[in-house]
Design a protein around this ligand. Sequence first.
Ligand code: R5P
Length: 286
Amino acid sequence: MEKIIVPGSESKKLAEKVAKNSNLKICKTELRRFPDNEIYLRILTDVKGRHCIVIQSTPTSDAFLELIFILDTLKDLGAETINAIIPYIGYSRQDKRFLPGEAISIKTILGVISEKADRITTVNAHFLSKFPNEYESLKIKNLTAFPLIAKYFKKKLKRPVLIAPDKGALRYVKEAASVLNCKFGYFEKKRISSEEVEMKIEDIDVSGKDAVILDDIISTGGTMLKAIEILKNENANTINVGCVHAVLLKGIEKVAKFADEVICTDSIFREKFSKVSLAKIISENL
Ligand code: R5P
């Protein structure tokens, strides 16, 4: 049965790269807005009996809604199977009830997606690094982009050391360290508010080295800015930053003002910053 790539508007370029790498056809869609801004979606290619690979990150609620419309319509039109590849899944950080009565948003999001897709594939999902067992029944394939990010820096830096901005990111740094074959450390991080964090460096000498801070997400940039400030005081030779998901453009732009280089992947495409493409790992996992 023939496979076909179905691109969502949020991941169009990435989907085109995956299609090219894998020699697969792209499904034609029409996406526009009604006068009141509601989303209009139409699938223009015949998908009956086909294996549909939908690629759409969901950094906004509209992107999520578009994904749901695509999945539902493909099913209605007789797709044989549907693999929802969602490089960045929004609401990933609302993954537990921090305060009584709060919505566990990611659980709801995944509930809706898994009803409509046969498989879910994602990349460095925040909730899976914290609660892998919670979502076992959904059989989500969680790819990692850190070896690719490490390879990018390997070509550029002479004396790299890797730093995790908190203990949660240490697993990512360990993955990257095995590619770069270098030392690594981490920061103790305490969140004061949604925009402010307190941090202390642990067990690593960065003086004269090319420091690379790695994390899954840059949102407001607060975490990275604090880490950069400390590394500057510790006399790092250069300070570089890599993340998988640059959730807010203004966040990564802010970080870029204070670092030698800042990069992210194209899970959410950011002009100037998306130096590492996920196309390779996605193509290998269709
Ligand atoms: C948190 O656990 C994440 O891994 C990131 O460190 C966090 O989301 C970054 O947010 P911000 O850029 O707003 O500090």
